[in-house]
Design a protein around this ligand. Structure first.
Ligand code: S3P
Length: 427
């Protein structure tokens, strides 16, 4: 699907409620399916990725019902049954990597498949530690499809070279539900998102965290009752649009502000952005607030080191933000961006250049110098929802209209994306 985006002729104003968090929605389905009893998830994401996870657990024999598009009722005996087909993870890396940890320890074999983008993404990062636990996984060059031969696993003490919540969650799930006995310990270079740990703890797992190390023992999980907060990764597109479109003032309601996810807030403040957090509260065990954002004069800054995992999914739209800031913005230590739904370093640089941005690729990030965007070009989305939405935001400040090819990828995480822009007055 192609989408034409024209310059925003007036500021975005009003308030919107940010839809459900994708990462937490995945984990809600996965952990509820492993618990014995009836779980209830409110405000479940309507993105395609969490729906891929939901479909797979139905295929694994769990009784899952979706009511009114956003409430999920899960009745499980805590056990999975042999699937009668391959399990299709679609575009979702989270589904494939977390499922690997669970399926590796089942008493049956299974195969995980994915779409073109997912089939190119590296799975060695989960296969390697799972094999150390005794798993048997067949793949072609560590890429999907993954043929998993279920077997009993052993606890391990593993130090990961990369910071990745997907790898961490995979090993914690394997250690928490599959091993015979013992403590599984996972250490990462810096702290990645901790939704799995929070949810496991809330469900009664024997899990402890100490800095960047998490330890888990085989645990019986109690059912889950949760209302999922809004996704800061979705809010990010509106935060950036509000900051760069003159005369904008918008209130984003129900934004998840877990510190392991909220790096973009720190960056905006560092750049001089006018952003205020209101009504801080706790929803479903996660910190939440409303974010008020206004058009601002911004300055470039340096973004690197331990903050990167806390804003990893926001980097494409932060690059758009940086094109509208005075001076240079350097993003470094973000080489894992090359392993996302697309190579997000090359893709962002290539496509923003087409719109007139002054931007250069580096091995582990990008260097952006603020300038006006000319637009008047056709851009590509590389099967990548976050690229599609970032380019849309860029289009709002381009002099001439742009054409986005492959805009349908937005539905992976945020089907109501464009409607919410309309609600804020964009025509
Ligand atoms: C996710 C973790 C991150 C993130 C992805 C969702 C998760 O990936 O980029 O969109 O839900 O655990 P990595 O764990 O590979 O960094």
């Amino acid at each position: 699907m192609q989408k034409i985006v024209s310059k925003a002729l007036k500021g975005l104003t009003g308030e919107i409620t940010i839809p459900s968090d994708k990462s937490i929605s995945h984990r809600g389905i996965i952990l509820s399916s492993l618990a014995r009893g009836k779980s209830v998830i409110k405000n479940f994401s309507n993105g395609q990725d969490p729906h891929s996870t939901m479909k797979i657990f139905k295929q694994l024999g769990v009784d899952i019902e979706l009511i009114n598009e956003s409430e999920v009722i899960i009745n499980s005996n805590g056990k999975l049954s042999v699937p009668s087909c391959n399990l299709d993870c679609g575009n979702s890396g989270t589904t494939m990597r977390l499922l690997s940890g669970i399926l590796a320890g089942q008493g049956f074999n299974s195969t995980l498949t994915g779409d073109t983008s997912l089939s190119k993404r590296p799975m060695k990062r989960v296969i390697e530690p799972l094999e150390l636990m005794g798993a048997r996984i067949e793949s072609k060059d560590f890429k999907a499809p993954l043929k998993i031969f279920g077997t009993e696993l052993n606890a391990i003490n593993y130090t990961s070279k990369i910071t990745s919540a997907q790898v961490k969650s995979c090993i914690l799930l394997a250690g928490g539900v599959n091993v015979k006995s013992g403590v599984t310990t996972f250490t990462e270079p810096s702290l990645s998102r901790n939704h799995t740990e929070l949810m496991l703890k809330a469900m009664g797992a024997n899990i402890t965290t100490n800095g960047t190390t998490v330890s888990i023992e085989k645990s019986e999980l109690a059912p889950l009752e949760i209302e999922i907060c809004g996704d800061i990764s979705s809010a990010a597109f509106f935060i950036v649009a509000g900051l760069i479109i003159p005369n904008s003032k918008i209130l984003l309601k129900n934004v998840g502000l877990n510190p392991t996810r909220a790096g973009i807030i720190e960056v905006v403040k560092q750049m001089g952005g006018n952003l205020t957090i209101l009504d801080e509260r706790n929803i479903g065990g996660e910190p939440v607030g409303d974010v008020l954002v206004e058009y601002s004069q911004l300055n470039g800054c340096k973004i690197g080191g331990e903050i990167i995992p806390r804003l990893i999914d926001e980097i494409p739209v932060i690059a758009v933000l940086a094109t509208q800031a005075k001076g240079e913005t350097l993003i470094s230590d973000a080489q894992d961006l090359r392993n996302k739904e697309s190579d997000r370093i090359t893709a962002v640089v290539t496509e923003l250049k087409k719109l007139g941005a002054d931007i250069d690729e580096t091995p582990d990030g990008m260097l952006i110098r603020g300038c006006k965007l000319s637009g008047g070009a056709k851009v590509e989305t590389y099967h990548d929802h976050r690229l599609a939405m970032s380019l849309y935001v860029a289009g709002l400040v381009c002099q001439k209209e742009i054409l986005i090819n492959g805009f349908e990828w937005v539905d992976i995480s945020f089907p109501t994306f464009e409607k919410l822009f309309t609600d804020l007055g964009h025509k």
